[in-house]
Design a protein around this ligand. Structure first.
Ligand SMILES: Nc1ncnc2c1ncn2[C@@H]1O[C@H](COP(=O)(O)OP(=O)(O)OP(=O)(O)O)[C@@H](O)[C@H]1O
Length: 539
C-alpha cells in the first residue's frame, strides 16, 4: 500500500465530509461565475436585479464557509497526524534495541522526526487545496460545456496539453529536486561540523580556511541547484498562465471563426476561462508536492517499520524485578554486525558472577570490549548467545526491561538530562549531602525538578551524573571510567568513601577503571582482552 493510502487510513475525518465541502466550494465558485455572467448580461440591458445580487452574496458566503472549513479540518487533521506519527516514531525508538538504532543512525531518525514531519505538515494541506481546486476546475469545465461545446473543446485540449507538458517536465524537476536536497544535506553536515569544530578551527588558520573553502564550494553547488529549480518553477508557472491567456485568445479570435453561434457566449466562456487560471495554478503547484509528501511519509513509515523490525522491548505491563542478589553471565556473547565486508567486533563467550554487596572492577586496554560488555550486561544490545540470569532466573526478552529497571549507570557517553525525569521529589532532598560532598552544591540547585544549570566542567558534569544515578537508588550500579576526569580529591573520595558506601548498602557495583592505585577497593577484578575476560583476580 502506498504511503498516501496509509495516510488516508490514518485520518480521523470522514472523507465524505471533505468531499461534500469540496463539492460546495466548487459549486459556489461555479455559481459566482454564472451569476457574474448573467449579471453582466443584465447590466448591458439596463441593470442587474436584486435577486441576482443576493445570489452572488450567498454563493460567495458559501464559498468562504466551505474554504474555511476545509482549511480548518486540514490543519487539525494534519497536525494531529504529524503529532501521532512523531509520537509513534518516538515510541518505536524507545522500544527498539540499541543495535537497530545504531544501524539506522541518529541522523536518519533526527531527519525523520524533524524534516519529514515538517514536510508532511506543509504538503498535505496543499494537497487538499489542490484536490479542491481540481474539482472546481471540473465544475467550471462542465459550465463551459453547457455554455458552448466548442469552447469546452478548446478548454479540454488546452488542459490536457498543459497537464501533459507539465508532468513531463516535472519528472526532470523531481530528479533535480532530489539532487538539490542531497547537496543541501551535505551543506547541513558541513555547517554542523563547522559549528562543533570551532575550537579546532581557531587553533589552525589553514584548517579554518579549508573548512570555509569546502563549505563555500558545497554552498555554491546547493545555490546553483536550488536556483535552477526555482527558475524552472517560475518558467513552468508562467508557461501555464500563458497557456490560459492563449486559451482566452483562442476563444475570442479562433473559436468564432469555426462556429457561427459562439459570439453570444464568447465573453461568458472567456470569463470562465479566467476563473480557471487560479485553480490550475494551485493544481500545478500541488502535483509535485504529492511526490514530496509521499517521500516524507515513506521515510517516516519505513523508519517506524525498521525500528519495530528489530528486537522489540515491551515493558509496560511487566512485573517489577526484586533487587538482584546475584547476576550470572553464562557463555554470554555478542557480535557487532559486519561493516562493508569487515568482520564486526565480538565479545564473549563471557562467564562471570556479580553479587550484592560486592564491587567488581573491569579493566583492559582501549578497544578490548569493556563498554560493549557493559551494554550487553545491561541488555542494551541483544546477546547472540549464552544467558544472563538474575537470582537463578534467566532474563528473557520479556523480563529485560524489568531487569534494566534495577540498574543505574553512568556510561562513558552518558547524557545528562536537565530535568530529573523519573526521579521522585523525595530523592531530590536526599541528594543534597552527595551534592555537597561532590562540591556541586554551590554550582547547581534543583528547582522544580530541574537542575539550575548544566554549564559545568567535564568533571563536574560527570559528578552530577553520579548524583542522578544515586537519586535513582537502584540495587545495581554501573560506572564506565567515572573517575577518569576527576581530580585527585574526588578520585580518592570516589574510591575510598563513595564506592565502599554503596557496597555497604548491598548494591552490586561494577566499574570500568584503569586506576590500579585503587584496585584494592574491589572485591573482584576482571581483565578484558579481545572481547573476553582473560584474568580474574581479587582486589
Ligand atoms: N557501535 C559500534 N558498532 C560497531 N563496532 C563497534 C561499535 N562500538 C564499538 N565497536 C567496536 O568494538 C570494539 C570494542 O569497543 P569498546 O568501546 O567496547 O571498547 P572499550 O574497551 O570500552 O574501549 P575504551 O577503553 O577505548 O573505551 C572496538 O574495537 C570497536 O571497533
Amino acid at each position: 500500500m502506498s504511503s498516501l493510502h496509509l495516510l488516508r487510513s490514518e485520518l480521523s475525518v470522514n472523507p465524505k465530509t471533505l468531499l461534500w465541502l469540496t463539492i460546495v466550494s466548487a459549486t459556489s465558485t461555479t455559481l459566482v461565475l454564472a451569476v457574474v455572467n448573467i449579471a453582466a448580461e443584465q447590466a448591458q440591458a439596463g441593470g442587474a436585479g436584486l435577486r441576482l445580487a443576493l445570489l452572488f452574496v450567498v454563493a460567495t458566503a458559501l464559498y468562504a464557509a466551505a474554504q474555511t472549513a476545509v482549511t480548518r479540518i486540514c490543519a487539525t487533521e494534519v497536525e494531529g497526524l504529524v503529532d501521532r506519527l512523531r509520537g509513534d516514531v518516538v515510541e518505536a525508538i524507545r522500544h527498539s534495541d540499541m543495535q537497530s538504532l545504531d544501524a539506522i543512525g541518529q541522523a536518519k531518525s533526527f531527519a525523520a522526526l524533524t524534516r519529514d514531519c515538517q514536510t508532511v505538515s506543509r504538503c498535505v494541506p496543499m494537497l487538499a487545496v489542490g484536490a479542491q481546486d481540481a474539482v472546481t476546475l471540473l465544475f467550471v469545465s462542465v459550465y463551459v460545456a453547457w455554455l458552448s461545446l466548442a469552447a469546452f473543446g478548446a478548454v479540454t485540449v488546452f488542459l490536457v496539453l498543459a497537464v501533459w507538458l507539465h508532468w513531463r517536465r516535472m519528472a526532470e524537476l523531481r530528479q533535480e529536486t532530489r539532487q538539490a536536497e542531497t547537496a543541501e544535506m551535505e551543506l547541513f553536515d558541513g555547517l554542523r561540523g563547522m559549528l562543533h569544530g570551532q575550537k579546532e578551527i581557531r587553533l589552525n588558520e589553514r584548517r579554518g580556511q579549508d573548512v570555509i573553502g569546502d563549505l563555500a564550494r558545497i554552498s555554491r553547488r546547493t545555490k546553483t541547484a536550488k536556483t535552477a529549480i526555482k527558475q524552472r518553477w517560475a518558467r513552468e508557472f508562467a508557461a501555464i498562465q500563458l497557456a490560459f491567456y492563449l486559451l482566452v485568445g483562442v476563444m475570442v479570435f479562433v473559436v468564432p471563426m469555426v462556429t457561427t453561434t459562439f459570439h453570444t457566449e464568447a465573453i461568458q466562456a472567456t470569463t470562465a476561462a479566467m476563473f480557471m487560471i487560479g485553480p490550475i495554478g494551485t493544481v500545478v503547484q500541488a502535483v509535485p508536492i504529492i511526490g514530496d509528501a509521499e517521500h516524507a511519509l515513506t521515510g517516516l513509515y519505513a523508519l517506524k517499520d525498521s525500528l519495530r523490525g528489530g528486537r522489540k522491548v515491551e515493558s509496560t505491563t511487566l512485573a517489577p524485578m526484586a533487587p538482584p542478589q546475584e547476576i550470572v553471565l553464562s557463555q554470554l556473547s555478542y557480535r557487532y554486525p559486519d561493516d562493508k565486508g569487515d568482520y564486526g567486533f565480538s565479545v564473549g563467550p563471557l562467564n562471570a558472577r556479580f553479587r550484592a554487596g560486592e564491587i567488581t572492577f573491569i579493566t583492559g586496554g582501549n578497544g578490548s570490549g569493556k563498554s560493549t560488555f557493559l551494554r550487553l550486561l545491561v541488555g542494551l544490545i541483544p546477546a547472540s548467545g549464552g544467558t544472563l540470569s538474575v537470582d537463578g532466573e534467566i532474563v528473557t526478552e520479556n523480563r529485560m526491561q524489568s531487569y534494566r529497571d534495577t540498574i543505574s549507570a553512568v556510561f562513558a557517553d552518558y547524557h545528562l538530562f536537565r530535568r530529573l525525569y523519573g526521579i521522585p521529589p523525595e530523592a531530590w532532598q536526599a541528594a543534597k549531602p552527595l551534592l555537597v560532598r561532590l562540591g556541586l552544591d554551590t554550582k547547581v540547585r534543583i528547582e522544580d525538578a530541574t537542575f539550575s544549570t548544566l554549564a559545568l566542567s567535564a568533571g563536574q558534569r560527570k559528578r552530577l551524573a553520579l548524583v542522578v544515578a544515586d537519586m535513582e537508588n537502584k540495587p545495581v550500579l554501573i560506572l564506565d571510567e567515572w573517575a577518569a576526569d576527576q581530580d585527585p580529591h574526588f578520585r580518592r573520595l570516589f574510591y575510598e568513601e563513595i564506592l565502599p558506601a554503596y557496597r555497604a548498602q548491598g548494591k552490586i557495583v561494577i566499574c570500568v577503571t584503569h586506576d590500579d592505585r585503587w584496585f584494592g577497593v574491589a572485591d573482584r577484578i576482571l581483565a578484558m582482552r579481545d572481547g573476553t575476560f582473560v584474568e580474574e583476580g581479587t582486589g
